[in-house]
Design a binder for this molecule. Structure first.
Ligand code: MN
Length: 215
């Protein structure tokens, strides 16, 4: 096969303890998967169940820097457990990720009942750390995010409304899951804005710390 011009390189994520990279196929995200975050966004637990949206594969970046995007004055952090799928759509491992969000554009889209792509699926919108291999889903453990050393988000993976196995089963009803898929599993409460020069430090028990500088 010959391409008319060079194909974009595949997005890839380092794997802890391996020289091989994880090639990203798709990035799925779960919205409103922690009760306290549902409440802070003005939703009602029970009435507003979790749901899915997506980001492009090349939004998944591991450089540890987040270029502040154009067309927004209110870009928020959302720390999330990321589940990586391997062959057979089995769990391959976990990573720490941040679902960066243009909150102002999201609010406008909600009001006009329009899609969220410009709010969620922009360039560099899915910074994440290396994948730590695992065969079973993480179901509990602290998840947190600090900005410039100040606590912003604090939660526990056990607070998810849909657990990881439920998320995978539900996604599988809508999409053909494949090796290389990443799933951002939703954020606990405490989301808030970042500015250029800020340092985000995201932590999940057992996965270490992800440091991302806003540039
Ligand atoms: Mn999110």
């Amino acid at each position: 096969m010959t391409f008319a011009f060079p194909a974009a390189p595949a997005a890839a994520v380092p794997i802890s303890g391996s020289a091989a990279l994880f090639p990203v196929h798709r990035v799925y995200c779960v919205g409103r998967n922690y009760a306290e975050h549902v409440k802070e966004m003005g939703g009602e637990v029970g009435r507003d169940p979790p749901f899915f949206f997506t980001k492009p594969a090349d939004a998944a970046v591991t450089a540890g820097r987040f270029p502040y995007p154009p067309m927004s004055q209110d870009v928020h952090h959302e720390v999330e457990l990321v589940v990586a799928l391997g062959p057979g759509a089995a769990i391959f491992g976990h990573a720490i990720g941040i679902d960066m969000t243009r909150r102002d554009l999201q609010a406008a889209a909600k009001k006009l009942q329009r899609p969220w792509d410009t709010a969620k699926a922009f360039d560099f919108s899915a910074p994440l750390g290396p994948i730590l291999p695992a065969t079973q889903a993480l179901t509990a453990g602290a998840i947190a995010l600090d900005v410039n050393g100040s606590s912003r988000q604090r939660g526990d993976l056990s607070e998810m409304i849909w657990r990881v196995d439920e998320i995978i089963a539900e996604l599988d009803r809508y999409f053909a899951l494949r090796a290389g898929d990443l799933i951002f599993t939703g954020t606990p409460s405490g989301v808030g804005p970042v500015s250029r020069g800020d340092r985000m430090e995201a932590r999940i028990a057992g996965l270490g710390t992800l440091t991302v500088d806003v540039v």
